[in-house]
Design a binder for this molecule. Structure first.
Ligand code: NAP
Length: 317
């Protein structure tokens, strides 16, 4: 098999292609032939050594992918050889053409989705689902502001919020991103820092839920525009911010964080079970943006950190 190996944390160039024998699955494991790999921002934080929890070196990056079950251990019952699947986690890392997984990291990939779309499901869709339904407990008729709607998590959040009967305001930093967010079902699409249009759209009330992809940049503004009793869910953050707690008191706001990696196994199962009908019926349609070969993982990492996102970045082994 071919895989990326990282021997030292550092800039994107620490990712090197190496070859190795295919691993053999243990009794509760599956060997997956990977057709597409999802590139997530967290892959870059880990590779650079700045993330809170780091793997033992050397390691193969990546959590998300899609492909075909090649072989299974004798205790695996939920999947069969030949199944099309998407991965949300693996034992050996997904920046490779093969990966070992445990059963609970593997989910059926409906025929209506390509492998590249399947690679875009794992972290983005699970995070969006957790933030909207498990953390914010969204209800039909509420208004949600998705700040950073053009990225992997944001487009997923836009599709599932719309499908759940919420009114959706999305933000994006480029015209291409705005078009995508509109296509995914947002009722209103504005710039990241927009204030007046959001207030106008909500008749001066503000959004009931805010999904925040860049907490350090926007939390002060989120507090200012949130409706009374709103829930602000911090999904992404790249720095510090000073807020006035008085606003949280006076509007009785709830500020919640989400960390997909801290989700319990039963909640994760609930999330992927909840995603399944929407994926199968084409209501949840992962949007694939730039595609790179596995050998171009360095370029892919540099690309996703540059911004102006337009769909999910994937690697094709
Ligand atoms: P992505 O695909 O790279 O998208 C990044 C998004 O952030 C784009 O929509 C981008 O919009 C937007 N953005 C850029 N500047 C912004 C600003 N000033 N204010 C608001 N949004 C801004 O990343 P992703 O996979 O969607 O993840 C989004 C964030 O959530 C990342 O920071 C990621 O690390 C984090 N995350 C956290 C968890 C968790 O468990 N907590 C899970 C997954 C992801 P434009 O490109 O259009 O400007």
């Amino acid at each position: 098999m071919r895989k990326i190996l990282v021997h030292n944390f550092g800039d994107a160039t620490v990712m090197q292609i190496e070859t190795a024998d295919n691993p053999t699955p243990a009794p509760n494991q599956l060997l997956i032939r990977i057709s597409a790999v999802g590139v997530n921002p967290v892959d870059t934080y880990i590779r650079s050594g700045t993330y809170g929890k780091l793997p033992t070196l050397p390691y193969t990056p990546g959590f998300d992918a899609a492909g075909t079950v090649l072989s299974i251990g004798n205790e695996v019952v939920r999947h069969s050889v030949g199944d099309r699947v998407y991965l949300n986690g693996s034992v050996t890392g997904t920046y490779a053409d093969h990966a070992l997984c445990t059963s609970d990291q593997v989910f059926a990939l409906p025929d209506v989705l390509t492998f590249a779309q399947g690679a875009a499901v794992g972290i983005p869709y699970a995070t969006a689902w957790r933030a909207i339904f498990q953390i914010a407990r969204a209800q039909p008729g509420q208004t949600i502001l998705i700040r950073g709607a053009s990225g992997g998590v944001g487009l997923a959040a836009t599709q599932m919020s719309r499908n759940a009967g919420l009114r959706v305001i999305g933000t994006a930093g480029s015209d291409t991103g705005k078009i995508l967010v509109t296509r995914c079902g947002a009722d209103l699409v504005v710039d990241h820092a927009e204030h007046d249009e959001v207030m106008h759209f909500t008749n001066g009330r503000g959004p009931d839920i805010i999904l925040e992809m860049m907490g350090n940049a926007n939390l002060v503004e989120d507090l200012a525009i949130a409706a009374r009793n709103a829930t602000i869910v911090i999904v992404g953050n790249r720095g510090e911010v000073t807020i006035d707690p008085r606003i949280v008191m006076s509007k009785e706001l709830e500020i919640r964080g989400v960390l997909l990696f801290a989700t319990s196994p039963s909640e994760l199962l609930q999330i992927h079970t909840g995603l399944a009908p929407g994926l199968r019926l084409g209501i949840l349609q992962p949007v694939v943006g730039r595609e790179f070969s596995l050998d171009e993982a360095v370029l892919a990492h540099e690309y996703i950190m540059r911004g102006n996102t337009a769909g999910k970045c994937v690697l094709l082994p």
